[in-house]
Write a protein of this length. Structure first.
Length: 29
């Protein structure tokens, strides 16, 4: 149970980082 929660957290952080990077990239255009 704990492992799946950590996996979900990691996935959320990665997707959030991707969204942030994409927003930053679009902002520089």
């Amino acid at each position: 149970m704990e492992n799946s929660r950590r996996q979900f957290l990691t996935k959320s952080i990665k997707s959030a980082a991707l969204v942030g990077a994409g927003a930053t990239f679009l902002g520089t255009l």
